[in-house]
Design a protein around this ligand. Structure first.
Ligand SMILES: [Zn+2]
Length: 289
């Protein structure tokens, strides 16, 4: 499932092809993808609009639309919010070229076509008049200046939740999913079941560093491809899966200490742990025994 690095990579690669372009045609092949609006209404809201801005917030891609002309000036015309979910992809195609398989929505632009392809059909490509409100529930961006080690330590201490569940919660911190949470917790030597208010200041600093380093490197490597779904808009797999320390490596030796990694269920998600590198606080261990 695409997480922050995969969504960021997707945006970076399609942005030059769509920015400033005007939507000349709309084709909806799977109505559920566009949310509650009918195809006709969706088309009337986006046809003729220009893509003024394309950015990422958490795991969403937000395309801000505007209407008008250079002569009369431009006015905001809502936004398209795209969520890739399990298998969504954005692709740029040429007008008149054969459409890709599994496409759910296509926007014909004044130059090229933007396709939303989605094998599993959980992805969304919806128009909204209130993008800021729709995204207001999201926590800070982990690669922004807002996200500091001090903030993280304070925010963890104020909650009393299992670390893994809390880090997956998009209203706590935006953009992380199962892969990068497992990798970050291993790098920071924190057990996923650790109560968040038991994380020391020093360990919170390590976790902060791990999250930023791992996300930064994963973006550099254009994300992780491991389940056959995620490839970049150019059709290439990402390369960060080669760097995985724990994710998908259950039964294999930990690259730090050599013991066998295990997979356990935490927050209903398959969770990859080294029980030697990632030790639970002593009190919890005693209770478990
Ligand atoms: Zn280890």
């Amino acid at each position: 499932m695409p997480e922050l690095p995969e969504v960021e990579t997707t945006l970076r690669l399609v942005r030059p092809g769509i920015l400033g372009r005007t939507i000349r045609g709309v084709e909806v092949c799977w109505p559920r993808t566009i949310g509650g609006l009918g195809e006709h209404e969706f088309s009337s809201l986006v046809l003729g609009a220009r893509i003024a801005q394309a950015r990422r917030r958490a795991k969403y891609i937000r395309l801000d639309l505007e209407r008008g002309s250079a002569r009369t000036g431009y006015e905001a015309a809502g936004s398209i919010l795209i969520h890739l979910r399990m298998s969504g992809r954005l692709l740029l195609g040429r007008r008149g070229a054969a459409a890709p398989g599994w496409r759910r929505v296509s926007l014909e632009l004044d130059r090229g076509v933007l396709h939303f392809v989605d094998v599993r059909k959980f992805g969304r490509f919806v128009w909204t008049a209130t993008p800021a409100e729709d995204l207001a529930h999201l926590g800070p961006e982990p690669l922004s200046h807002e996200f500091t080690a001090e903030w993280l330590h304070g925010a963890l201490a104020r909650r009393r939740r299992q670390l893994k569940a809390l880090l997956l919660d998009q209203s706590f911190l935006a953009g992380l999913g199962n892969i990068y949470v497992d990798e970050a917790l291993h790098e920071a030597r924190l057990h996923p079941l650790t109560p968040s208010d038991r994380v020391s200041k020093a360990r919170a600093r390590e976790l902060h560093q791990a999250i930023q380093r791992i996300l930064g490197e994963a973006i550099e490597r254009e994300g992780s491809s491991f389940d056959g779904f995620y490839v970049t808009p150019e059709g290439n797999p990402g390369a960060y899966q080669d760097q995985f320390q724990v994710y998908g490596r259950e039964g294999l030796p930990c690259r730090s200490c050599g013991i066998r990694l295990i997979k356990m269920l935490v927050a209903q998600r398959g969770t990859h742990v080294c029980t030697r590198c990632q030790v639970l606080p002593r009190k919890l261990l005693a209770r478990k025994a």
